[in-house]
Structures are given as C-alpha cells and as structure tokens.
Ligand binder design. Structure first.
Ligand code: SAM
Ligand code: SF4
Ligand code: F3S
Length: 490
C-alpha cells in the first residue's frame, strides 16, 4: 500500500461511543440548524435569567486559518442566539477551538483548561466547550473525560455545523456531552458568521487533506479532501463583496488540488479567474499552496492579475531529497527550485514565505545544511520554522531519530538565523518603495498611527486616523523594523 492510500488510524467503531447526533443531508442540516438557533434564543433567555445578567461568550482560537474561519461560524451562532461576544475568558460560555498539529499546541490548551477550571469553581453556571482538531483523537477525549470532567461539551471538526443543536442539548443537560465523528461527506456553510474584520474574510474552498505527509496529523483529524462547488464559493464571495468585504482569502490545506474530487469542476486557476471578476473584490489571497500540485496556469493567473496578492506561501519543509522523500512530500529539491524559478521569472515582485521542519527522524546535521542552503538560495521573505513533533499514529512517529534534542536545537538556531538574515535583506531592498496598503486597524501602541497590510503581506505602520480602516491607501515605506515597516501616506 502506498503512503497516500494509508487508511485512517481510527475505525468507525472507535467513534461509535462518541456519536451523539444524527447526520442529515446538507439541505436538511442547514434548515434544521437554523431552526435550532430559534430554540437556542429561548434557552439563552432562561440561562441569562438564571445568571441575573445577559449571558456572554468567548471563542478562543488555536491553530491555523481553517480554525479561525470555523471560530467565526461559532461566534456567528452564539451572537445569533443573543450572547454578548467578548475576548474575556471570564465570559459565561467559553469555547476553545483547538489545534493538535504539534504537541505544544495540545499542551497550551490543556494548561489553559486548568485556569478555566478555577474560573468555573467561582461561577458554577459557567459552560466550557472544547472543539476542533485536538478532540478528534479518541485518546484525548478519554483524557478529558477523566481529568477535565468540568468540560460541558466536546465536538469535533466534522460536525461544527451542528453547533446550534449541540448548544441546545448542552443547556438541557448536566452531564458532559461528546459528539465527535470520524468523518463526514457534508459541507454545510449556511449558518450565521461573525467576521473578525468587516472588510476582509476567509472563504473555505476545500476541507481535509489527502497528502499524508508522514509527520502530519491533519489528514487524520480533518479527514479526506473535499472541495466545495465553485458555484457556492463564488456566490459566497459575491455576497461578501455586497457586504463590504474587499479582501478575501481562499482557504484549504492544499488549494492547488481544488476541484479534483468533483467531476467536471473548474481548476484552482479558473476559480481564481472567476473570483477576480467579482465587483468589489480588490485583493485575493490564498493559503496553502503545495509545491507538488501548483500548476503553471496558476502562476500565469497570478502574473496577469492586479488583484491577486504578491505573496505566496509555499511550504518546502526540508532542503534534502532524502528527508523530502521520507516526509512523502512528492517533490525533490530540484523540482521545488525549478518551481520557484518559474514563479520568480513570471511574478517579479512576489514575496515568498515557507514552512520548515527541523529534527525530522531521519534528518542529520548535513541535511539541515542543505535546508539552510535552500533558504539562502530562495531568499524567503519570511518562514515559519518548527521543531519536529511526533504525532501518535503518523508514520514518522515510529521512525528512529538521528539527532539528539540538543543537536536539533543547535540546528534550529542556525536555520532561524539564515531565515532572519534573508528576511532582513529582502525588507531592506523594499525600503523607499511605495505600495498599496489595506488599513486593518489602529496601531495598538500608538493612537495616532494605523497599521496596513501590503499586497506582499508586509505590515506597515503610518500616521493616520481610524476613518482609514478598511480603505486602500498608497504608502511609502520609510524605515524597516524587521518584519514590518514604518511609512507615510503619499
Ligand atoms: N497544508 C500545509 C502544507 O502542506 O504545508 C500546511 C499544513 S500544517 C497545518 C502547517 C505546518 O505545520 C506544516 O507546513 C509543517 O511545517 C508543520 N507541521 C505539521 N506537522 C508537524 C509536526 N508533526 N511537527 C512539526 N511541524 C509540523
Ligand atoms: Fe499536512 Fe499539509 Fe502535508 Fe496535508 S499537505 S499532510 S496538511 S503538511
Ligand atoms: Fe491545527 Fe487543525 Fe489547523 S491541527 S494547524 S487547527 S487543521
């Protein structure tokens, strides 16, 4: 069996005891969950009465853009039911939308749960909800049931759309409720959403991942790759544009394989072209691209567009062919470098960023040298560097480690230094240039300044007032401060 055909680690039986709700068809679910929101409004009134004040809710997001988008849906449902949304975890209802990509993501959640427990001791009516990738693992569910029995509701990544129904059940129960599914074929997006920013939004174009990189838990906790119909995606973008959104980010673990599981569906390149045509959309981002699947057609679409951002996040993970093969990434260093060359040749002003892992089991210090060499050759504008974290059930978790923890740390530091030097060099080259920035917020450290994001994803702080928020302005970059700039409007 090839690595890409690896079955899920967990069988249906493993999830039977965690299944609480029944799966309906997509259409029925959309109707049913919206009905449940009406019921939830009544339960909200009763709960608020009991508390003696209008109940509040806080949604805390861990992990990636996919989770951030799910959190906007969770917030949308809570707000529609009447909850006052806040960032304060002293809120009456707290939702942790969790991540499990590396062990430290789990530890962060478990650590913070202790704090929530002490808050609940003082306010016993408080409700604590856990959802997202971490709780897709049966062993984690068991641990929470045993050690964190004060949690009121647990649900997974496949049934986020069941949130209204699950909230109703939670308010009717004194027991911890668990509803975690192994998988779903359903895509239900017709629920209320509260966007963090009124002028920009993520749009899911696909769910799950079929790549099975040997270190990665995402395919196990997010399920097999499923694309949304382009008609629905474009409808959502149109409605966002109508609502005043001008920047959208098309989201998926591997956007370049968009549409491949739907017969007759358009490609990602065509989806970009269609999105561009929508009136009101000024800037288009997407995340994440996979070097194995990125087509020349996509590069051509970026090159000929003045709406698609000049930023490409192209995770390479490692610079040595031996490690790339053991990771099951499906490309060689030469393939990756050839792709980078095609991109840079056609899109001269592109900013490239990447993800890198140090300490993959078969990796040696010489392999890390090859990664550092690749970082210098590509000269990334920025990179996320991670230390390999074994994830139970993934093939890499059973592989033998070549480097000691100390060696990994030393090599990690060397790699980070190379990343920072290249980033600084590139940022210095940009100093003195001009670009269009979308103003996102007031500068948190200085009321007289605002913060904008350039097409290449760099941030720029410049004098301006809050009326500029959500607008595009031309800014000259006057001074570089590492990963951001100071500038002035021109
Ligand atoms: N789908 C994207 C891709 O293929 O690059 C990103 C997915 S993952 C959410 C984000 C990053 O986490 C990966 O690019 C990888 O660098 C890192 N990552 C995933 N699993 C990891 C592990 N077990 N240990 C350390 N880093 C990991
Ligand atoms: Fe994980 Fe990305 Fe590989 Fe999918 S493509 S398995 S999400 S690293
Ligand atoms: Fe984490 Fe799940 Fe994203 S594991 S990185 S939140 S897909």
């Amino acid at each position: 069996m090839s690595l890409n055909e690896k079955p899920f680690r967990f069988k249906d039986e493993d999830y039977k005891k965690y299944t609480l709700t029944a799966e309906l068809s997509e259409k029925e679910e959309a109707l049913f969950q919206n009905e449940k929101i009406s019921e939830l409004k009544e339960k909200y009134a009763v709960y608020s009465d009991r508390l003696g004040h209008g109940a509040s809710a806080c949604v805390v997001t861990f992990g990636c853009q996919m989770n951030a988008r799910d959190s906007e849906k969770l917030s949308g449902v809570l707000a529609a039911a009447g909850f006052k949304l806040t960032d304060d975890e002293e809120a009456d209802v707290v939702v942790y939308n969790t991540c499990t990509v590396r062990d430290n993501a789990n530890q962060r959640v478990l650590g913070r749960l202790g704090h929530l427990h002490s808050l609940k001791d003082k306010a016993p009516q408080k409700k604590i909800i856990l959802c997202g990738c971490m709780v897709q693992e049966p062993s984690v569910i068991e641990k929470i049931k045993k050690t964190y029995s004060f949690v009121d509701l647990i649900f997974g990544t496949h049934n986020v759309y069941k949130f209204p129904e699950l909230l109703c059940r939670m308010f009717d129960s004194d027991e911890m409720l668990v509803d975690v599914w192994r998988s779903t074929g359903n895509i239900v997006e017709e629920l209320p959403v509260i966007r963090k920013y009124p002028f920009k939004s993520g749009v899911n174009i696909m769910f799950g991942c079929d790549k099975f990189c040997t270190y990665c838990i995402v395919p196990y906790v997010r399920g097999r790759e499923r694309s949304r119909a382009s008609k629905e995606i474009l409808e959502e973008v149109r409605s966002l544009a109508y609502d005043g959104v001008s920047e959208i980010m098309l989201l998926g673990q591997n956007v370049d394989s968009y549409g491949k599981n739907i017969p007759g569906e358009i490609s990602f390149a065509q989806l970009l072209k269609e999105t561009e045509k929508i009136e009101g959309i000024e800037r288009i981002r997407f995340m994440t691209s996979h070097p194995r699947d990125m087509s020349d057609e996509v590069i051509d679409v970026i090159a000929s567009s003045d709406k698609i951002s000049r930023h490409l996040h192209l995770p390479v993970q490692a610079g040595s062919d031996k490690v790339l093969k053991a990771m099951n990434r499906g490309y060689t260093r030469a393939d990756y470098m050839a792709l980078v060359k095609r991109i840079k040749d056609k899109v001269k002003d592109i900013a490239l960023t990447t993800d890198l892992i140090v300490g993959f089991p078969s990796e040696t210090a010489d392999d890390v040298k090859e990664t550092i060499d690749l970082v210098n050759e590509v000269s990334y504008d920025n990179a996320f560097t991670f230390i390999f974290s074994p994830r139970r059930g993934t093939p890499a978790a059973d592989m033998e480690m070549k480097m000691s923890g100390e060696e990994i740390k030393e090599n990690f530091d060397l790699l980070l230094k190379a990343v920072q030097e290249n980033a600084r060099k590139n940022a210095l080259k940009l100093t003195g240039t001009r670009g269009k920035a979308l103003v996102e917020e007031r500068d948190p450290h200085d009321e007289s300044m605002v913060t904008g994001r350039l097409s290449n994803n760099y941030l720029v702080h410049f004098p301006g007032n809050k009326d500029l928020i959500g607008k595009y302005v031309t800014v000259e970059l006057t001074e570089n401060r590492g990963f951001y700039f100071y500038g002035r409007m021109v």
